[in-house]
Structure formats: C-alpha cells, structure tokens
Design a protein around this ligand. Structure first.
Ligand code: NAD
Length: 397
C-alpha cells in the first residue's frame, strides 16, 4: 500500500516502515561516526521503541557493543492498518543489531505488569547470559494498571493549585492562541505519580535483583525534565513535575539499595525534544519551536541520539566521578538551560503570535521532526512507492 500521514490531534495514526527504518539507520550512523564508548555490555531498555529509550538502546548497541533487550508497548500492522512507529523502529533496530553480531531481543507488552517483568527476567537468563549491567527506564505512558491492586491510573498534564493561562500553538495550522488549563484535583495528582513516578522503576529493580540478574556494578537510569520557568506551572510544578520529583527520589533509594552490588542509580535531566510524548504537553510544542530556532542559530541543537551519546560518553561511562547537580541529577539539559539560550527564548516568547510564528520560531523544524517520528519526510524515501505494512520483529514470541 501507499502510506501517507494521517492525523488525529497530536497523534499520527499511520507510520511508514521504510521511513522509520531510515530514521533508525541515521541514528546508528551517527553513533558509528563517533568514538566507541567503554560502556555496558548487557543492557535492558524499558521503553525502547521510540524517543530517548530507542536512542539509549542504539548508543548501547552501536556505541558500546552491547547485547540488548528492549521492552515496549507497540502495535503490529493489521490488515490495511500500519504498525505503530515504535514497531517499525524496533524491527529495523533488531535487523541491524543482529547483522552487527549483537543479541537484540524485544518484548512487546505492558511493562507495568508482573508478567512482562517475569518474561524479561527469563529472556535475560536465556538470551543475555543471565545478567544485565545496565537498566534504562524510559517509559512515558498515559495509564498504568497497578500490578498488585488491579487499579487503573491515568496521568494528566495539569497545573496544581490554580489555573494556568499561556500561549500554545496548533502546529498543524500555525495558529497561536491563549489557552487556560484548570488545576488538577488531589486524585489526579496522586494518579499521575502512580503512572509516571518511580514506583514501577523500583518494582523492576526489585524484581531483577531478587531474580539475581543484575551484574556487579550495574547502572540504572531514568529520565526527567525541568525546563524553563515559563513551563513550570504546567510541567515541573504541575502533576507531571510531582511524578518526576518522585522518580528522582526513587533514584536515591535505588542507589542505596544497589550499593551491595557496587551498583548505582541515576536520573538524567534531558533536553526538550519532539517525541510522541512531548507533543501532548500543552505550551511545550511552542516552547520547543522557539528553543530549536535559538539553539540551531547558536550551533547548540541536539536531537535524541546526540543527547544519549553525550549521556553515555561524557557522563555515565567517562573515567572518574559522574558529574551531577546539587540534587544528584545528571544534567544533559545544560545547553538548553544556558542563560543566553533561555534569555533569547524568553524574548521571542513575548513576541510570538500567529503572525510572527514562522519568522521567530522554528515551527517548520518542529513539524518536520514530528513527521519524522512516524517515518515521514525522511530523505531518500520514495513515499509514492507501494510498501508492505506487515513487518516482522523476529524475536517477538
Ligand atoms: P516516547 O513516547 O518517545 O517513548 C515512550 C516509550 O515508552 C515507548 O517505547 C513506548 O512503547 C513505551 N511505553 C509506553 N507505555 C508502555 C507500557 N505500558 N509498557 C511498555 N512500554 C511502554 O517518550 P520520550 O519522550 O522518549 O520519554 C521517555 C522519558 O524521557 C520519559 O520519562 C520522559 O519524561 C523523559 N523526557 C522526555 C523529554 C522530551 O522532551 N521528550 C525531555 C526530558 C525527559
């Protein structure tokens, strides 16, 4: 079939297998163009099919030569419906990793469940030689069914305490308008922490430790975001920010628990980037559009793969202590948060509206990156060509 992008709100309901494969290849090529990293050799990535998790898996495999297991929640193609982008990304990753002589195993299912944790432990034993020396936790999920109580929690993106009004963009139409978001209820705050906080990460690490599949000196890492004051009410001081506070607290607890193995746990604060998850956060796409313009002009722009390569090579697996901030967090949002960058973004923010959008923001770059998440607008791909949407991931059982 001929596959074109189809939108429902900020979600694209189609994905292009050839485009996704090319996107993965571009990330592999980037990592292979950089010096090798003396890093982990057996890596579990939870949330490995898109965004920061996929980039972490690619750096682990092609930068460090690691065998990997990836866990994700994606849909294969059914009849005339395409698979999701993360499905195609994983198929392409596995193919290339195996070609390079690496073990690459994938598990499609609900990472919050007990069954998927047990299945993963079996795969570590059977396919990775019994132990992992790195666990990346990169889930971004809208809901979680609690494995013990069966209760379903939904995460929300809302401010806390009072309504928040600011500018937002509809990046399809280029229309900038004011939007007001009502504050979350206590239940919504609690539920968001249940989904995006650290409890599940903790459960994973407890299960892996109990099953004796963590190697001496194991490293585990999860990802967080802080961002500018402008987005504080909706992000860092909002419901998701509370969940991130919990995730960061969990890192300290895990770090203490892993000491007997000589292990360590970190949270890395990453840069704002276009991913399926960040597209859903009000205000953030407009902020990212201006940020991209400023960072590209200053020669500081990075994408997921560049961020993850820098995280592994210059933070986690360099010689000596891992540099962290006063709260013990790794900061690879350092370039985004440079005062000159933030000042320039804030100046443009005041001026931005529907008439100035194209000129003072990189909305075009935002749109382009958004299309590319689903394998569209990718150089070297002929989108008028018939393609088979049914693509197999060999290791899925
Ligand atoms: P993403 O949407 O690209 O990736 C999310 C991953 O989680 C996918 O692999 C998806 O399949 C998987 N997933 C979701 N629900 C699942 C479930 N129930 N079971 C198994 N897998 C599931 O998101 P992302 O932007 O790469 O976010 C990853 C992490 O990075 C999040 O913690 C996010 O807060 C953080 N982060 C993102 C940004 C940003 O700007 N995108 C910045 C800083 C930090």
């Amino acid at each position: 079939m001929i596959i074109k992008p189809k939108f429902r709100g900020f979600i694209c309901t189609t994905a292009h297998p050839v485009g996704c494969a090319k996107q993965v290849q571009n990330q592999i090529d980037y990592v292979q163009s950089r010096p090798k990293i003396d890093g982990p050799k057996k890596v579990l990535v939870i949330g490995s099919s898109t965004g920061y998790g996929l980039a972490s898996r690619i750096v682990a495999a092609f930068g460090c030569g690691a065998d990997t297991i990836g866990v994700f929640f994606e849909k294969p193609s059914v009849k005339n419906r395409t698979a999701t982008a993360g499905w195609y990304n994983t198929a392409a990753f596995e193919k290339e990793a195996r070609k390079a002589g690496l073990v690459a195993e994938s598990i499609n299912g609900d990472a919050f469940s007990k069954e998927i944790k047990e299945h993963t432990i079996k795969k570590i034993k059977n396919r990775l030689g019994g132990k992992v020396d790195m666990v990346v936790y990169s889930l971004a999920a809208p809901r979680r069914v609690h494995p013990e109580t069966g209760e379903t929690f939904h995460s929300v993106l809302k401010p806390i305490g009072k309504p928040f009004t600011n500018k937002a963009v509809d990046f399809h139409s280029g229309h900038v308008s004011e939007m007001t978001i009502e504050p979350a209820t206590e239940k919504e705050i609690y539920d968001t922490i249940q989904v995006m906080g650290g409890e599940d990460w903790q459960m994973w690490m407890d299960a892996l430790k109990e099953a004796d599949v963590l190697a001496e000196g194991v490293t585990t890492i999860a990802y967080s975001y802080i961002g500018p004051e402008l987005t504080f009410p909706i992000y860092r001081e909002g419901t998701v920010g509370k969940a991130k506070d919990h995730l960061e607290k969990t890192a300290h607890e895990l770090d203490a628990k892993l000491k007997d193995l000589g292990g360590r746990a970190f949270v890395s604060v990453n840069k704002a980037l276009v991913t399926q998850s960040s597209a859903a956060i009000p205000i953030v796409p407009l902020y990212i559009s201006i940020l991209y313009k400023v960072m590209k002009e200053k020669g500081l722009h990075e994408d997921c793969i560049m961020q993850m390569y820098r995280l592994f090579s210059e933070r986690l697996y360099r010689s000596g202590e891992v540099p962290v901030d006063e709260k013990g967090r790794i900061r690879i949002d350092d370039l985004e948060m440079q005062p000159e960058v933030q000042q320039a973004v804030m100046e443009q923010w005041k001026l931005i509206d529907s008439t100035t959008l194209e000129e003072i923001s990189d909305i075009e770059g935002y749109r382009h990156d958004f299309f590319q998440l689903f394998g569209f607008e990718t150089e070297g791909v002929d989108y008028d060509q018939e393609v088979d949407p049914a693509v197999n991931i060999p290791s899925i059982d």
